[in-house]
Design a protein around this ligand. Structure first.
Ligand SMILES: NC(=O)C1=CN([C@@H]2O[C@H](COP(=O)(O)OP(=O)(O)OC[C@H]3O[C@@H](n4cnc5c(N)ncnc54)[C@H](OP(=O)(O)O)[C@@H]3O)[C@@H](O)[C@H]2O)[C@@H](O)CC1
Ligand SMILES: Nc1ncnc2c1ncn2[C@@H]1O[C@H](COP(=O)(O)OP(=O)(O)O)[C@@H](O)[C@H]1O
Ligand SMILES: [K+]
Length: 533
């Protein structure tokens, strides 16, 4: 990853132009891809047992940091190498003076796992026949299944998992919570509900899917030093990545001799009599983006409100039939268009005007803009040559892309981007951002404090403003800039909400305050350069 928070570092540029190598800090892999990486290590001479030892010791060290108070540890141990990892950790815990009890799901262990079981027994760990005997433990380690899981759990695992989940004892899952699908994050019938998951080597993509959120707990990646040559992907040209920090996604800071027209001019088309607030919130988001000029197109009735709340905004008001600012052509006047929040009944006539004359500048489309697009068909965008960012939530996504299956939201976003030719921001508790070229990002940190009406309107204005700012720099707005704006907006929006929720509690993050807090949050983030999970 780039070390520069704002700069356009070469390493970042290279990273983006060579998608065939997995970034170990942020790349999301399937179990199959993980196996390929491991196979390369083994083929090059790394002994399997040595890798398990290395991984086990690293897990033990992290466990000591995260659960220093745990003294009685129960291990739910499967037959494969996930169980082996659990036993290595058990050995270290025992040697550190902790009490260790092991429940072996089945006796037919893989050879390496069997060796570790034999030694742990010799050291004095108690091997129990009934998992209920783990009730006195203060920490459970879930070492039932990792990347080897390939079908729904049956007996005796279902009983053990159900008991562990109901026990109230915190559970640490190794690699994946047992029962979680490594790709989709959905569960195979039943699943361990982890307080914490330590994934080994590379992030398994299922862990970062929205469906996995109730099961994975705190996520942590155990580094075990995978060499660069082992990180090549096969079969998949691009690997989805976590949005760990915005880096070069943001527009550069303004030069000292800049002026308002070089800071980007945004046309924001939003609001209706019924949904005046949506226009205000999108305007507040645009204001905080730092765009040099914001012009809002609203029905006449909203003009006084916009002037009062956003005095710096130019307002073009229309009555009867929607019109756009006179004397300005898309080519010279504006660098970006944000359209959709709160258009309500006026959405169709408004979109008709925009589609007629305004296809030359990049668009951010949300809410009612997306609903019109769903009626027209997403092909319309490509047909008209519109460069666009679409920001659907689940309902809007369904309407736009009715044929795309939703069980794997990362894959769904990638398909949507490829189908529409637009950058797609699939909003939710784990927002996914995908581009037609196949590049794809997942926002790893957000908060349910955002789950209230209007949060998305702020995001639309913010992304629109960022787009205008890039346009103001003179950069051609190609796919990579669209992607940068989408990523920067999503990250900044969520990090601001996290900061506000910490200060004011989950109910203190109303959209207007969120929009107002954006600049201050970014300043803090720039100083801290941290990611909050
Ligand atoms: N590769 C390495 O050397 C290293 C790996 N490491 C660790 O090993 C883990 C992967 O180990 P693993 O391949 O042994 O698979 P694991 O997840 O333990 O499953 C065991 C077996 O269960 C079976 N099975 C599947 N689904 C089932 C079901 N529903 N109900 C019942 N059985 C089911 C399936 O066998 P099958 O029955 O399909 O033949 C599978 O093989 C990995 O996550 C990491 O923790 C690290 O130590 C680093 C070194
Ligand atoms: N549970 C959640 N955790 C994190 N972020 C969330 C959650 N629920 C919603 N969000 C975020 O809040 C925003 C809601 O947008 P949207 O549904 O369009 O709201 P609205 O249309 O009312 O403005 C999106 O950015 C989404 O990612
Ligand atoms: K596990």
């Amino acid at each position: 990853m780039s070390n520069s928070f704002w700069g356009h570092s070469t390493s970042k540029a290279q990273e983006e132009s060579s998608p065939s190598r997995i970034d170990p800090a942020s790349g999301l892999v399937s179990s199959e891809q993980m196996r390929q990486v491991e196979e390369r290590l083994f083929a090059a001479g790394m002994p399997v047992a040595a890798l398990m030892e290395k991984v086990g010791l690293a897990i033990f060290a992290q466990l000591q940091r995260d659960f220093p108070q745990a003294t009685r540890i129960g291990i739910l141990c499967g037959t494969g190498h996930n169980g082996g990892d659990g036993l290595v950790v058990g050995r270290e815990l025992l040697l550190a003076g902790k009490t260790v009890k092991v429940w072996l799901a089945k006796p037919d262990l893989k050879p390496l796992t069997a060796e570790h079981a034999r030694y742990l027994k010799a050291l004095g760990a108690e091997f129990i026949a009934d998992f209920r005997e783990l009730a006195e433990c203060d920490l459970l380690i879930d070492a039932l299944f990792g990347i080897g899981l390939n079908r729904p759990l049956g007996d005796p695992w279902v009983g053990a998992v159900g008991w562990a989940n109901a026990s109230g004892i915190p559970i640490l899952s190794l690699d994946l919570p047992s029962g979680l699908n490594d790709q989709t994050g959905e569960i195979w019938g039943c699943c361990v509900r982890a307080a914490c998951t330590y994934t080994l080597g590379l992030w398994k993509r299922g862990l970062w899917q929205e469906a996995a959120l109730p099961w994975v707990g705190q996520l942590h990646r155990i580094e075990f030093g995978i060499p660069e040559w082992a990180l090549l992907t096969q079969g998949s040209p691009t690997v989805p990545r976590l949005l760990l920090q915005p880096g070069s996604h943001f527009p550069p800071d303004p030069p000292l001799d800049t002026h308002k027209y070089r800071q980007g001019s945004l046309l924001l088309v939003a609001g209706s009599a019924a949904y005046a607030g949506a226009a205000v919130l999108a305007g507040l988001g645009a204001r905080s983006s730092g765009a040099g000029m914001v012009t809002m197109v609203v029905p006449t009735g909203l003009k006084p409100l916009i002037h009062t709340v956003l005095p710096e905004v130019l307002v073009h008001a229309w009555e009867g039939i929607p019109t756009l600012p006179p004397g300005k052509s898309p080519a010279k006047g504006f660098q970006a268009l944000a359209v959709g929040p709160g258009l309500g009944e006026t959405r169709l006539p408004v979109l008709e005007v925009l589609l007629r004359d305004w296809t030359g500048i990049p668009w951010v489309m949300d809410a009612d803009g997306l609903n019109v697009l769903a009626e027209l068909g997403v092909e319309h965008l490509r047909g008209r040559g519109i460069r666009a960012i679409l920001t659907p939530h689940l309902g809007e996504f369904r309407r736009l892309f009715p044929r795309i299956p939703l069980s794997d939201r990362i894959e769904a976003a990638q398909q949507a981007a490829s189908q529409s030719g637009a950058v797609v921001v699939f909003k939710g508790s784990r927002t996914v951002i995908a581009a037609p070229s196949g590049q794809c990002w997942v926002n790893p940190a957000s908060t349910p404090a955002l789950a209230r009406g209007g949060s998305g309107d702020v995001l639309t204005g913010l992304i629109g403003g960022l787009l205008a700012r890039w346009g103001g720099t003179g950069s051609p707005i190609d796919e990579s800039i669209l992607l940068r704006c989408a990523c920067a907006g999503v990250w900044w929006h969520a990090q601001t909400a996290l900061q506000l929720a910490k200060e004011r509690g989950l109910t203190g993050v109303d959209p207007a305050r969120l929009a107002e807090h954006l600049p201050q949050a970014l300043r803090t983030l720039r100083q801290e350069q941290v990611i909050r999970y």
